[in-house]
Design a protein around this ligand. Structure first.
Ligand code: UGA
Length: 466
């Protein structure tokens, strides 16, 4: 089995927290996270722990391990040369142009990282694919490495997808449901797989470390995300029936989830799932199915995304319909911009779609989110509204510093992200400051609707027919 003493990881969301936790749990290993972006590396190294991502518990991990056996550097080549094992954890966005545009993953960064490893490595390495990638990407990586490596350099490729969720990354990493490692079923492949399994075995029970073939590992990652997203689209489809019939989606989800074959998690109706992974991975699966000439399979998975888009549109239409069929010139407070609570990440956030819809209806939108930076909100809105000049948008969209400020003089409050602090707002004060009738639209099943009604609000909750 190859000895692993030094680990290198190339950047990004999962790369940072995962390798920081490996460093924390394996003080005998040296872990270096490399990134060409100097500003990001400086942030990881900042003396006051002003880290580039917000993740509960991450700062404590960095405080303990940084400088001990965890290092952040822009010297990518040195990181590669010194490491025995390299995690390739680069971005794989959906392609915006060319073959498979809108569906297939853009593997440019994976290929660039692989070519760089081949070009600078002087010794044999285990290369671990950590990014979510289409099936058989490892095969391409292997071909590139073999074609470009120096004599006496041998590369073993592993797939080790990450299953952490944002906002709970550190607790997910501390006690994962499972760690999945895929390898070629050769003697060398299995030995490399054992070497990585040994690293995780420092804190993960061996029973929870699953070793499978390379392609199974790659497909399992896409499958897990697709099935999680499918649960949300299923419950959101039911939420529409609940609203039309007077049933309550909380009660339905609870009753359904009590069946141990179904389980209670991930059955929370919402204004639509967001995040950088679900939509991207499903579209990837759709593209894969189409490439394999399996159109029925492709259509099946595509419908999960179609339902998600429908849910977002349905919600903004409910707002317009309830506000007497027009929101032109009306002041709407949108509370929450992140794609879920406990993260500052806004990728594919449902809030972006809602605000685009409200903006196109010429409403005055006031936004508040406790974590998302103003610049990020403007960047997202500019991208979602390519035909509107930012200055024109700023006349009708305002970013506020508190929920109370956002709700002042509003006709309606929309809960777009389930931040707990929105539950604890002084709703009496919000009511006093709003135009009447004062409407609340809870897209996250977050608020106590009855308590709000007692104050005087007119409340609409997703999935609840009243
Ligand atoms: C997701 C998966 O949960 C992780 O296992 C996976 O590793 C990750 O993608 C990834 O591939 O990187 P993440 O996107 O961080 O994690 O967040 P989730 O907690 O899965 O939430 C995704 C979206 O679904 C959010 O917008 C959330 O609000 C929504 N959601 C979640 C619901 O609407 N209802 C639910 O019951 C659960």
């Amino acid at each position: 089995m190859p000895a692993v003493n030094k680990i290198c990881c190339s950047r990004l969301y999962v790369g940072g927290p995962t390798c920081a936790v490996i460093a924390l749990k394996c003080p005998h290993l040296q872990v270096t996270i490399v990134d060409l972006n100097k500003a990001r590396v400086d942030a990881w190294n900042s003396p006051d722990f002003n880290l580039p991502i917000y993740e509960p518990g991450l700062e404590d991990v960095i405080r303990e391990a940084r400088g001990r056996n965890l290092f952040f550097s822009t010297d990518v080549d040195k990181g590669i040369q010194e490491a025995d094992l390299i995690f390739v954890s680069v971005n794989t966005p959906t392609k915006k142009s060319g073959v498979g545009a809108g569906f297939a993953a853009d593997l440019n960064y994976v290929e660039l990282a692989t070519r760089r490893i081949a070009a600078v490595a002087h010794s044999s390495k285990i290369v671990v694919e950590k990014s979510t990638v289409p099936c058989r990407t490892a095969e391409s990586m292997r071909t590139i490495l073999e074609a470009n490596s120096r004599p006496n350099c041998h590369f073993d490729i592993l797939s080790n997808p990450e299953f952490l969720a944002e906002g709970t990354a550190i607790s997910d990493l501390f006690s994962p449901d499972r760690v999945l490692i895929g390898s070629l079923q050769t003697t060398e492949g299995r030995a490399a797989c054992s070497a990585l399994a040994e690293v995780y075995a420092n804190w993960v029970p061996k029973n929870n470390i699953l070793t499978v073939g390379l392609w199974s590992s790659e497909l399992s990652k896409l499958a897990a995300n697709a099935m999680l997203a499918q649960r949300i689209s299923s419950v959101n489809a039911l939420s529409a029936i609940c609203e039309a019939t007077g049933a309550n989606i909380d009660e339905v989800a609870h009753a359904v989830g009590r069946d141990s074959r179904i389980g209670s998690k991930f059955l929370r109706a919402s204004v639509g799932f967001g995040g950088s992974c679900f939509q991207k991975d499903i579209l990837n699966l759709v593209y894969l199915s189409e490439s394999l000439h399996l159109p029925e399979v492709a259509n099946y998975w595509r419908q999960v995304v179609v339902m998600n888009e429908y849910q977002k549109k349905r919600f903004s239409k409910t707002v317009v319909d309830t506000l007497f069929n027009t929101i032109t010139g009306k002041h709407i407070a949108v509370l929450g911009f992140a794609f879920k609570a406990d993260t500052g990440d806004t990728r594919e956030s449902a809030a972006i779609s809602l605000i685009r819809d409200f903006h196109s209806e010429k409403a005055l939108v006031h936004i508040y989110d406790p974590q998302v930076e103003r610049e990020q909100i403007w960047a997202d809105l500019a991208e979602a509204n390519p035909f509107t000049l930012l200055d024109a948008m700023k006349k009708r969209v305002t970013i506020c510093s508190s929920a109370l400020e956002a709700c002042k003089n509003a006709e309606a409050v929309v809960i777009a992200t389930e931040w707990k602090e929105f539950r604890d707002i002084d709703w009496e004060a919000v009511y006093q400051g709003m135009n009447k009738p004062a409407f609340v639209f809870d897209g996250r099943l977050l608020l106590d609707a009855d308590a709000l009604r007692k104050i005087g609000f007119k409340v609409t909750v997703i999935g609840r027919g009243e």
